[in-house]
Structures are given as C-alpha cells and as structure tokens.
Write a protein that binds this ligand. Structure first.
Ligand code: NAD
Length: 479
C-alpha cells in the first residue's frame, strides 16, 4: 500500500474517501503514491478556513511574510535533488529538467520574500488645498489557485508565493494527474510558521474541486493556468459572479529562422524549444517558420540532431527527452501526427512509439516539413514533441505567418540582422519575444504571459504580479 497523501485544510491534514493513483509515465508499474481527492464539502471547509484566516494575514508585517517565504525557498532548495526526482518521476521530464524546475520554484519564493519587504504605496499632492491623497495596495482576500500538470512545482510557486507575499489567503488545487509536487510544497508550507488556514491544499478533479473554487463567493480572485478550453470556462464563471481572474493558457509559438541565421544557433533553439520537456510546454515552438535560402540546410541539420537524441526513462542518466505524460496525451499526439500526414505535411523524423526497458509513454520526437500555416497541426496546440517546418519566401512573409495564429504567448527569431531582430521585437504579436533564444525558457524576476487566446488579465511573475494579487485603494484626507 502506498502512502495516502491527505489534503491540508485549516492547518490539519484531512484524509478523503477518494484518492488518485499518481503513476510514473516512464514506468507505469511504479506508483508514486495515492493522493486525496477532495469533495465539494472539503473545498467549502478550505475556503471557510482561508476566509477566516485572511484578515489576520492581511495585517501581518512585511517581516513575517518575508520569513515564511524565505523558509519555504530555503527548504525547497535544500531538497532540490529529492523534489526534482519526485517531479521527474510523476511528470516525466528529465531529472536535470526536474531539478532545474525545483531550483526555479525556490528562486521564486526567495524573490517574493524580498518583495514582501518592498511593497510601497504612492502619495501625491491633491488638486484641492489641504487635501492629501495616497494610493495603497491591499490584499484581494482569498485566492483560488488552479494549476496544470506540466510544471508541477514552478507554476504553483509562481502563484502561491505572490499570493502570500501580498497578504492573501490561499486555496490551492494542483493538477489531478500530477499532485505530488503540490503536496510537497504544502507539506513545506505547513512547517513554515504560516498561521493556520492561510494556506490550504485541495487536490482532486477539476469538475469537483475546481468548480467548487470557481463558484464560491468567498474566493475573491482566481489565478488559473491550463488549457484554453478550461480557461474560457474559468473566465465565464468568474465574470458571472464578478470575481477577479487571471488566465495563462495555450500557445502555438513560432520560431522564425532567417537565411542569415547562425545555423547551429537556429537548430539548437528549435531542438530545445520544440522538443525538450517532451514538447509539453505552453511556450514550445511548434511552428518553425524557415526562409527558402536556409530551409534545406536547417531541416537536414535538425533531423540529424533529432536522430541522436536519447528518449528514455526520465530518471535515467543520459536521457534528453522523457516520456509523454500519460496515455491520453500520447493518443492526442499520435492523432495529430496522423492528421498532419493526412493534411499533406511530410513526416521526416520520428513520430513512432518507442519501446524501452520499462512500460512508459515513449514517443520519438516528430518533425514535419512542407507544412502550411492553414493545417490543423499548425493551428491547434498539440502539446507534445511534434513540430512542423513552414516555408516562407521572405522575412515579411515569415512575420505574417508567425502572427497568423489565435495564440500569442512566445515568439522567436533566429537572425544575425539587427534590422530584422529589432523589427520582429516590435511587431511580433506575443507577450514574450526571443531573439536567438528558444521560445521556451524565461527568467523568474520579470513578467510572464501572452496575448490573444494565450492569456487574460494581468501578467504573472516579477513585480508585475502585484497587479493581480492586490487591489488599489485611493485615500483622501483633509489635513
Ligand atoms: P487543463 O485545462 O485540463 O487543466 C488545468 C487545471 O484546471 C487542472 O488543475 C484541472 O484539474 C483544472 N480544471 C479542469 N476542469 C476544470 C473546471 N471545470 N473548473 C475548474 N478547474 C478545472 O490543462 P492541463 O492539461 O492540466 O495543462 C495543459 C495546458 O496548460 C496546455 O494548454 C498548456 O499550454 C497550458 N499551460 C499554459 C501555461 C501558460 O503559462 N500560458 C503554462 C503551462 C501550461
């Protein structure tokens, strides 16, 4: 019997009747653990606890907030190897990626520990004599946090840390598929000195736990990362009851490669951006838009690199790409590979299931050429190790193709031309632009987010996080 990981409600560990089995995608015989599935009543208790505790935490000192966040950051860092291993075991990204993401989570908590000491207001002269005006930021109250499975420690960190930093109470629901890292963060927070009820963990299904969070009038703001379809539902439900919400959703990110690009740089950007983390990143470059003069050399060099890439057990030394997260995501990837072929794109590399020493969801990274931007494989988010090369005649055409998408998260270009790089930075319709860098892979102290169907609401991370996690008050006083 594996350990039952309980929910954390009002400062207590609360077992549940139902549990999920967290299975290792590199070896489906390996069960990471059993994780509680909260009922609607559990969620109501968590929200009530958060509401009751929120007033006290809203009045906590910057030092208290700093100390809690700092302790969490320090423990995550001290346990980076163990937590990184848990991450790779439950999600399937390589151990190096798992440890890297864990370090990132620690850095985010440390950043917001510092921010807790720096929260400032503004005071300006009134237009009326004798009156003073000041603007202050106050907590929102209770924040509902709903996260996806693909960054099981970093995304919870970049929502929980600012929520607590700015004086809010939290009800946190990790992805049902991958709850292990969320539970581990909760266990660390439980020992951090945070008053009871300020942080609550409710694991389980979106249809039960997520819905209960969205619908509760006592949840004042919801921060969501996940698919565009669920995001629209979150938006409609929150707007219906006038709750604040913030959405980070999918992408169909372009990487433009121009004739004058450094070939090696372009190939490494494409390989990393499209296929690392098994392509399961919202910022993955699934559209490689390549101009005529470099097209064939680029395809040949990328195919050669792909042929040598090691796809294997995420925990094994030397693995460069781990398995797909589960059977249903693997089925979706294979469906799109079939669709791409039917649409007339040419599969030049990978796309087949791989057998390894253990039963897992191994897929050879798939590269299409001769794709057009009208094909479904170029328009819909696949969320797997699948990318297509689209030919462009010129920089102008490449830019137009890059922007011709309903999404707008991250947009990249490989070029040695300052003129084109500068023009692309100004004209790419995306929240983040990368020049000679992969579309995925960002800093933690600056804003993260997109445009169009990729994002809605204020940016996450860095100092911009205050926009979502606080509300502004303007006070006037006749002195
Ligand atoms: P998902 O939308 O299926 O689930 C996300 C979360 O929402 C999960 O916790 C899920 O349980 C919950 N949920 C599902 N139904 C719900 C409902 N009715 N009410 C409330 N909550 C509900 O997404 P996923 O498959 O876990 O993650 C993959 C998606 O996340 C991809 O589209 C990817 O692009 C996106 N993503 C975006 C970013 C970003 O920052 N833009 C980052 C990572 C992942």
């Amino acid at each position: 019997m594996s350990k039952h990981h309980a929910n954390f409600i009002a400062g207590e560990w609360v077992a549940s009747a139902e549990a999920s089995r967290n299975v290792n995608p590199s070896d489906t015989n390996d069960v990471v653990g059993e994780y509680a599935r909260a009922s609607a009543a559990d969620v109501a208790n968590a929200i009530a606890a958060a509401k009751a505790a929120s007033h006290g935490w809203a009045r906590s000192t910057p030092q208290e907030r700093h100390d809690v966040l700092r302790r969490v950051a320090d423990e995550i860092l001290a346990r980076k190897d163990e937590l990184g291993r848990l991450l790779s075991r439950e999600e399937g990204k390589t151990l190096a990626e798992g440890i890297g993401e864990t370090i990132r989570a620690s850095q985010i908590f440390a950043f917001f520990a510092g921010e807790a000491l720096r929260l400032a207001g503004e005071k300006i002269a009134s237009v009326r004599p004798g009156v003073e005006v000041e603007m202050t930021r106050e907590p929102m109250g209770v924040i509902g946090i709903i996260t996806p499975w693909n960054f099981p420690i970093a995304i919870p960190a970049w929502k929980i840390a600012p929520a607590l930093c700015y004086g809010n109470a939290v009800v946190f629901k990790p992805a049902d598929l991958v709850p292990g890292c969320g539970w581990a963060i909760a266990e660390i927070i439980a020992r951090s000195g945070l008053p009871k009820g300020v942080f609550n963990l409710v694991m389980g299904r979106g249809s039960v736990v997520g819905e209960a969070i969205l619908k509760s009038r006592d949840v004042h703001a919801v921060t969501f990362t996940g698919s565009a379809a669920t995001g629209r539902h979150v938006a409609a439900t929150c707007a219906g009851r006038m709750a604040k919400f913030q959405l980070e959703m999918g992408g169909k990110n372009p990487l433009v490669v121009l004739d004058d690009a450094d070939l090696k740089t372009a190939v490494e950007c494409a390989l990393n951006g499209a296929f690392f983390s098994t392509g399961q990143r919202c910022t993955a470059s699934s559209r490689l838009i390549v101009t005529e003069g470099i097209h064939d050399r680029f395809v040949a060099a990328l195919s050669e690199r792909l042929a040598g890439v090691v796809v294997d057990d995420a925990l094994k030394a030397g693995t460069q790409i781990g398995p797909v997260v589960d059977q249903s995501q693997l089925d979706q990837d294979l469906d799109y590979i079939r669709i791409g072929t039917q649409e007339g794109a040419k599969l030049v590399s990978g796309g087949q299931i791989l057998n390894r020493a253990t039963p897992g969801f191994y897929l050879a990274p798939a590269l299409f050429t001769e794709a057009t931007n009208a094909m479904r494989i170029s328009r819909e988010e696949i969320f797997g190790p699948v990318a297509s090369v689209i030919r462009a005649k010129s920089y102008d055409e490449a830019l137009a193709i890059a922007n011709d998408t309903e999404y707008g998260l991250s947009s990249g270009i490989c070029t040695t031309s300052l003129k084109h790089a500068s023009h692309f930075k100004r004209n790419a319709e995306a929240g983040m632009v990368m020049v000679n860098l992969p579309t995925a892979g960002v800093d933690y102290h600056v804003p993260f987010g997109g445009r169009k169907a990729s994002s809605y609401g204020p940016r996450e991370q860095g100092r911009y996080a205050a926009e979502f996690f606080t509300q502004v008050k303007t006070s006037y006083i006749l002195a």
